[in-house]
Design a protein around this ligand. Structure first.
Ligand code: BGC
Length: 350
């Protein structure tokens, strides 16, 4: 039987915070979601916790590594922290290197969301919040909801919805970190990956896109055939050397809700498929995971302990009009959906 359990875990700015444990009908997949930041704290697939997480609610307050939250209004980097919309320039806080706005500063990952259980065939909770006009420097009051469904075919589905009362930017993602051998199992270097991306966005030194859309052919970014992540990380390729690994947006093939990547843990044989309707995914290999931060069960995490598949529009798109638009117009609705689906490799295709 599907199940939703709710537990009070603390308080911030006078608001209570809850953890929801959402389990599917077969009891094979459970997601632990916090109402603070919409954080994915744990994800148990057949007994293995494949999501990185921190120990207490308070541990999340420093945003160190953005371990698991929903990112908004705008995921990724906006270089020089400004954009021009309808002829007006908006200045955002510079939150990285005194040059860049990363993940919208005190963005949606720092908010307490309202939660409701969604009744239906599958276990789901819906988180919602209102981001006031001017929030983080962005115009318009944005009403946003994110529904987490734990499906009976072992997927965590994240469905995003937003509307605004004035033209603004919306680019939402989930910053979940995965380790398919288990969150406490060390590095993901021996995971294998396949990704349906023929192009990627090279970064400048600030880790923001240069505007170029480059072919993956002959580079470490070519994951069209299955590759070992460690082999790509250590291939001595300038783009990955510079950032200590992958921290790049991949341009996905195809349109519509389609499978874009598949990653497998070598020790457990757990495969995760990523299915999304987004044109891009920011592939981050946990290059800067802080070994001194406090994580679940006091586990020490190190570099490459987890990877993120942050499905999204492209970062810094307002500077590059040929990138898909991140503008949400007044009266329009932003909608998007991503699934992370789990299976044991040996059962694949059954
Ligand atoms: C960024 C990384 C950053 C990480 C955690 C990713 O989305 O691109 O550069 O270190 O988030 O903060």
């Amino acid at each position: 039987m599907q199940k939703i359990e709710k537990k009070w875990i603390g308080n911030i700015r006078g608001e209570d915070v809850y953890a929801f444990l959402v389990t599917n009908g077969k009891g094979t997949l459970s997601a632990e979601i916090l109402t603070y930041g919409g954080i994915l704290r744990s994800l148990w697939y057949k007994g293995t916790d494949v999501a990185l997480g921190r120990e207490t609610l308070e541990d999340y307050f420093d945003n160190d590594g953005y371990i698991g939250p929903i990112i908004g209004r705008h995921a990724g980097r906006i270089q020089d922290a400004f954009f021009t919309l309808n002829g007006k320039t908006y200045i955002l806080p510079k939150t990285e290197n005194e040059r860049v706005n990363l993940h919208s500063g005190d963005g949606f990952h720092t908010r307490v969301w309202q939660a409701e259980e969604v009744s239906g065939e599958e276990a789901a909770i819906k988180l919602s919040m209102v981001s006031p006009d001017g929030d983080g420097g962005f115009p318009g009051e944005v009403t946003v909801s994110v529904t987490f469904t734990v499906t009976n075919d072992d997927a965590l589905r994240i469905s995003y919805c937003a509307h605004t009362d004035a033209d603004t930017l919306v680019n939402l993602t989930s910053h979940g970190y995965f380790n398919l051998n288990g969150h406490d199992s060390g590095s993901i270097e021996n995971h294998t990956i396949v990704m349906n991306a023929a192009y990627y966005l090279p970064n400048n030194t600030l880790c923001a896109p240069t505007g170029e859309i480059r072919s993956v052919e002959g580079t470490s970014f070519d994951m069209r055939q299955e590759k070992r992540i460690g082999a790509l990380l250590h291939a001595d390729f300038p783009e990955t050397n510079r950032f200590g690994g992958f921290d790049h947006t991949m341009v996905l093939q195809g349109t519509g809700f389609r499978k874009i990547a598949e990653v497998t843990g070598d020790k457990t044989g757990i495969t995760m498929e990523c299915i999304t309707d987004r044109p891009g995914v920011h592939f981050y290999t946990g290059n800067k995971i802080d070994p001194l931060a406090t994580y679940k069960h006091r586990t020490v995490y190190s570099t490459y302990q987890g990877f993120c598949l942050e499905t999204q529009l492209f970062p810094d798109s307002m500077k590059y009009p040929f990138f898909p638009s991140v503008i949400l117009k007044s009266g329009e609705t932003f909608q998007s959906k991503t699934e992370y689906r789990f299976m044991l490799k040996k059962e694949k295709g059954k």
